[in-house]
Design a binder for this molecule. Sequence first.
Ligand SMILES: Nc1nc2c(c(=O)[nH]1)N[C@H]1C(S)=C(S)[C@@H](COP(=O)(O)O)O[C@H]1N2
Ligand SMILES: [Mo]
Length: 394
Amino acid sequence: MSKKANRRGFLALGALGTLGSCAKKAEKPPSDLGPGSRAVGAPSPHEKLERIFNSPTPATGSSRTPLQSLHGVITPASLHFERHHAGVPAIDPEKHELLVHGLVERELIFSVAELKRLPSVSRVYFVECAGNSGSEWRSPAPSVQRSHGLASCSEWTGVLLKTVLEEAGLKPDARWIIAEGGDACLMARSVPVSKCLDDAMIAYAQNGEAIRPEQGYPIRLVLPGWEGNMQIKWLRRLHATPDAMHSREETSHYTDLLADGKARQFTFELDAKSVITRPSGEQQLAGKGFHEISGLAWSGRGLITKVEISTDAGKTWQAAELQEPRHAKAFTRFRLPWSWDGAEVTIQSRATDETGYVQPTREELTAARGENSLYHYNGIKVWRIDATGKVYVA
Ligand SMILES: Nc1nc2c(c(=O)[nH]1)N[C@H]1C(S)=C(S)[C@@H](COP(=O)(O)O)O[C@H]1N2
Ligand SMILES: [Mo]
């Protein structure tokens, strides 16, 4: 049976039991004109979409995207997750400058206006914190916002970092570019020159508007597919050097302590990952019958080529439909029509990327990496639906 026929079958059963009672008349439209148009829009007051905070101090903590409530692949800027180590600096774009120095032929200072005069590109990429799903190593979180909400996806516009570095002229012994932010901690990370000359961007816009202050206004580094921490916000300095800096964020943080007690440093590319966002933990199925299983998949190594879903504890897997167009190193939306028979069940998704890499189960991941890690978790997330339709972490 084709997927379409299958889906029609579900609906023909009248499986959406609560639908279509014609006896109930549609509400009368309101007779007044409402508030009218606004210079800057805002969501309907009926939509209660919020980031949730991890710490009581929003200045230095993180806040998580409500993935369970979003559609398609783009995260609205107002709901993009946030991670700040030292607050959100208030930067005047007229005064902000980017210094390019070190092992370059010409040391340069760019104003934001000068960066905007250079050839621009717009590309869709996810940003994911290395600590996303960190809970899953020890105690899997009850909702997708808590387990996977440190990942978001936007269309970024800006100038390729390559363009700026070519203006400055890298000297042959420049192997790393140290990127520094203009926040109170001057967050800095070392980026291999190969990435800087590949798809790295200096972005000034997100989803068509200027980057929000929380995302790095007026400019941030975007390193497609690489851990979020390296994507320096409020970018103010690029220092070309022969060696990496071994900053705090490259040594005490964002390293992976393996089972043998050795730490792995510089986990740049994020492995393929997926999660079912609907139905997901803390949600409630409306009843038996048709439900669409839907979620997100992404890989730091390129395109997502396959997402499979199991509704029988991993015994059998069915290919989900992937939303087109797919973008490399971006969220890919997957969907599968499904009929719930009212019995307790578990659901899970498994992503494959264009390198052939397959997302591991939690057991496979911990067998390879041990249980000491805090970062870079990409195991399969399993949801359990009980006979009342309530969804829990398995
Ligand atoms: N200057 C600066 N850049 C930064 C950070 C920061 O605290 N300061 N946090 C990093 C971390 S840990 C992550 S995960 C991403 C988060 O980007 P977002 O807040 O736009 O989601 O920004 C990175 N860039
Ligand atoms: Mo992060």
